[in-house]
Write a protein that binds this ligand. Structure first.
Ligand SMILES: [Zn+2]
Ligand SMILES: [Zn+2]
Length: 443
């Protein structure tokens, strides 16, 4: 391909701005913008046409005329003026972009004002193009047999990306940007897609009256009714609310979602190092958050009920890992009451018969209304039994996550086998339950 000949061929047919001419040769030569390519080609072609005037004045003037009009070339325009040649100065627009590349600076300013009030570390620019403009571009490339071009959409994306990087100092992130800025340069529209903020940590639950997640009242489904005292909630307090509220306030977000690695019953405490969780805040305005201050706010607001520690910023894919960790090893402590007195031999029997055993457990009756009825198998690593009184014992159990330990005690009408009630032939029930440890690498 003869680049200068091809460039002049394009300009003869259509008016093209520096960007749109240069972009047709975008893969030739590195480290320069398309408008520099286009400008340089036009300057070169003007010099060539000027030189042609000596031998073929008509052809030379015709070429200068093309460059002065279709090329918008100041050099060609001044050359013609200098030679005292009138030319028909048309007010045509660039055939490809309708002059939209002239608006990049203006749109950059507008984008900056839309971004005001949002804190972000990283961003990505997305470009929306009118279909008819893209179709016109494809047809143009096909007609002129151009195969060294960049697409207009791509060039706009690069230009806005560069301009915003220069003004904000923020980095472009193609994978997980904090904010995606969608610009339609032709309509002058700017839309923001603000990605969620994820913060992980561990919580301890010290009260037996706090549920893990916010439960809507089943009668009114959150609207508030007589049964729930107008609160719309089944339980008045939850770990989710204690943790999410301070985050929502400090980030000025719209909504929050609470993800945890497994759950404990409302009447079970969560002790030890706590249970891993991730709180997700949608559409946050603030991201430059001091996690120590938030941890303080949570721990003060939920004093004696919920405590958080080890807060850290994280990402969406960690939520999936957190959910996978539901099967991680757990340690429980239970206070168990028996119907009849138990001997020391009986208690020793529990340790002997349950350690290293795989328990077959059909979905407990108490959760059957919201869980599928199936049989799961869970392994028990360790059991320690301590007698408290004639009818009471303290049990520490280390087992595979997902084992329903209350049913391991009661037997759940033989839906759990083996069980403590079944082994001893002595009905047992759990009075108090604590989760002592969730063994998991959550970072
Ligand atoms: Zn153009
Ligand atoms: Zn209600």
């Amino acid at each position: 391909m003869d680049v200068q000949q091809k460039a002049f061929e394009l300009l003869s047919k259509y008016p093209l701005c520096d960007h749109c001419l240069g972009r047709q040769f975008a893969t030739l030569g590195y480290s320069m913008e398309n408008n520099v390519r286009g400008f340089s080609l036009k300057v070169f072609l003007t010099m060539q046409a000027n030189d042609l005037l000596k031998e073929k004045p008509d052809e030379g003037f015709a070429k200068l005329h093309v460059l002065a009009t279709h090329g918008f070339s100041k050099t060609a325009q001044c050359t013609l003026k200098h030679l005292k040649r009138e030319y028909n100065f048309s007010v045509e627009q660039c055939f490809m972009c309708d002059g939209t590349f002239d608006k990049v600076e203006e749109l950059t300013q507008k984008t900056l004002s839309v971004l005001e009030g949002y804190e972000f570390f990283t961003y990505l620019v997305g470009i929306e193009m009118p279909v008819k403009i893209e179709e016109r571009e494809d047809e143009f490339k096909a007609v002129f047999d151009i195969n060294v071009a960049e697409s207009m959409k791509h060039e706009f994306g690069r230009l806005f990306g560069k301009a915003l990087n220069a003004r904000t100092g923020k980095e472009v992130d193609y994978l997980i940007p904090d904010i995606v800025i969608v610009i339609n340069p032709f309509l002058g529209n700017i839309k923001l897609q603000v990605n969620p903020l994820f913060v992980g940590g561990r919580y301890r639950k010290l009260a037996r009256t706090v549920s893990q997640s916010k439960w809507f009242c089943s009668s009114c489904r959150g609207r508030g009714c007589e049964k729930c005292g107008g609160t719309g909630k089944l339980y008045s307090e939850s770990v989710e609310e204690f943790i999410s509220k301070p985050f929502l306030e400090v980030s000025n977000g719209v909504d929050s979602f609470f993800h945890a690695s497994g759950r404990e019953d409302i009447d079970a405490r969560m002790l030890g190092a706590g249970r891993p969780f991730i709180v997700e805040i949608s559409k946050p305005k603030k991201r430059f958050i001091d996690l120590k201050i938030v941890a303080n706010a949570i721990n003060t607001g939920a004093m004696g009920k919920v405590e958080v520690s080890e807060l850290y910023f994280t990402t969406k894919d960690k939520v999936r890992r957190l959910k996978k960790g539901e099967g991680a090893v757990k340690e429980y402590r239970l206070l168990v009451e028996f119907e009849n007195d138990v001997s020391d031999d009986c208690l020793r029997l529990i340790e002997e018969k349950l350690v290293g055993v795989t328990v077959k457990q059909q979905t407990p009756l108490r959760v059957l209304h919201r869980r599928a009825d199936l049989i799961r198998e869970r392994y028990i690593y360790k059991v320690k039994v301590k007698k408290v009184s004639l009818k009471m014992a303290l049990l520490e159990i280390r087992c595979q996550g997902g084992l329903y330990v209350k049913e391991l005690v009661s037997g759940d009408e033989t839906r759990t086998v083996p069980s403590i009630s079944g082994l001893l032939g002595n009905r047992a029930k759990t009075l108090k339950l604590d989760v002592l440890n969730v063994v998991m690498d959550d970072n």
